[in-house]
Design a binder for this molecule. Structure first.
Ligand SMILES: Cc1cc2nc3c(=O)[nH]c(=O)nc-3n(C[C@H](O)[C@H](O)[C@H](O)COP(=O)(O)O)c2cc1C
Length: 350
């Protein structure tokens, strides 16, 4: 499916600002491709990003959608009280902890109308009828999976490829359902193990994601059977990324470990550890997107204040060795490093 790409590197959809049309176009211009992030956007805002991407280039690209889950019945009031204290600290009002569907149906209609070449889904499965509509529109359908069981379900609804997300990954885990009894929402698989297990369970092209930051990592997942590598954190400090200053600075400074937390959004996600994560993770309920809406004004105020201790510093486990600079240079370096890794293997194995 990605055979025609000169460099099998995809920039991950990173909702909330980091993945811009400029970033996708720069990666595509350097021989890769990527996904616009539709999460948190209205259909109109997404339409503008698609139009801008098409102004910048005429190469194929993707759009990523958050599949809405059921409304959690958990009592949010104890967590609301904690976030009220945070809000006082940053002198804002907490957000309304409402459930909503992220304008999902309207955004599915939009990507069908627009004939987007690659449409990926995370947090769940698209319906079989939406998969059919996308196929009729000429789109390839990709589903993010974090376990072999999810991979089998995605194959059953007619996915054309899977994005296999290892536990190293930055940002939200793509789990179909967040198990509140589990700190990470469900079984945790490292990327190589998951590519191997899923490759034995289903016969679909695989995109590997999670902790890939060097061309040798790209070569490793291709050697393990993946068709392409999807990198998020490796592009967070790219010139074209829309990453906010407090986030960029924390990534550049290093020195923090990462952890999976529901504290910011109510769904397990990997972030650099900061004060907010440390204080609230043990109490954070499984309630997405209610917790996302609740904490949003606090995170926005912390961003305005340039305070990294109050924002969701999404990042994968290898963030401290992620580069900065123009995205085209990052892609060119990944390609050089992948070829060097291949030559090393050839020398070693013949
Ligand atoms: C800041 C950030 C935002 C993300 N937003 C999304 C998103 O909107 N949709 C999605 O499918 N994955 C999202 N992800 C996860 C990526 O698709 C991918 O799985 C992850 O970046 C891979 O791990 P890495 O960050 O170590 O490269 C996000 C990751 C990061 C770091």
């Amino acid at each position: 499916m990605f055979e025609e790409l000169p460099v099998p590197v995809l920039v991950a959809p990173m909702a909330g600002g980091p993945t811009t049309p400029e970033l996708v176009a720069a990666v595509a211009g350097a021989g890769g491709s990527g996904f616009l992030a539709a999460g948190y956007l209205t259909a109109d805002a997404l339409a503008k990003l698609i139009a801008r991407t098409r102004e910048l280039m005429d190469r194929p690209f993707g759009v990523n959608l958050f599949v809405p889950g059921p409304e959690s019945g958990v009592d949010l009031s104890p967590y609301v009280r904690r976030i009220e204290e945070e809000a006082r600290h940053y002198e804002v009002q907490p957000g309304d902890p409402r459930w909503e569907d992220d304008a999902y149906p309207a955004k599915v209609d939009l990507v069908v109308e627009q004939g987007i070449p690659f449409v990926s889904f995370t947090f769940g499965l698209p319906s079989a009828s939406d998969v059919r509509r996308l196929h009729e529109a000429g789109s390839k359908v990709i589903v993010t999976v974090t376990t072999p069981e999810e991979a089998v379900q995605a194959a059953e609804v007619g996915a054309d490829a899977l994005c296999v997300q290892g536990s190293e990954a930055g940002g939200h885990r793509g789990l179909f359902a967040d198990d509140p009894a589990h700190p990470a929402g469900g079984e945790v698989y490292g990327l190589l193990a998951l590519v191997r297990l899923i490759g034995s369970a289903v016969d679909l092209p695989l995109i590997a994601a999670g902790g890939l930051v060097h061309g040798a990592d790209v070569a490793a997942v291709l050697a393990a059977g993946a068709d392409a590598a999807q990198l998020g954190t490796a592009f967070l400090r790219a010139d074209e990324a829309g990453t906010q200053p407090a986030h960029r600075t924390a990534l550049a400074e290093g020195g923090r470990v990462t952890a999976v937390t529901r504290a910011f959004s109510g769904r397990p996600a990997r972030a650099l550890v900061n004060r907010f994560l440390t204080e609230h993770s043990p109490y954070a309920p499984s309630a997405y997107p209610q917790v996302h809406h609740l904490t949003k004004p606090v995170r926005a105020a912390a961003h305005r204040a340039g305070d990294p201790e109050g924002v969701n510093l999404w990042g994968g486990q290898t963030y401290s060795i992620a580069p900065e600079g123009p995205a085209s240079e990052i892609v060119a370096r990944l390609a050089r490093e992948a070829r060097a890794a291949q030559e090393r293997l050839t020398r070693r194995l013949g």
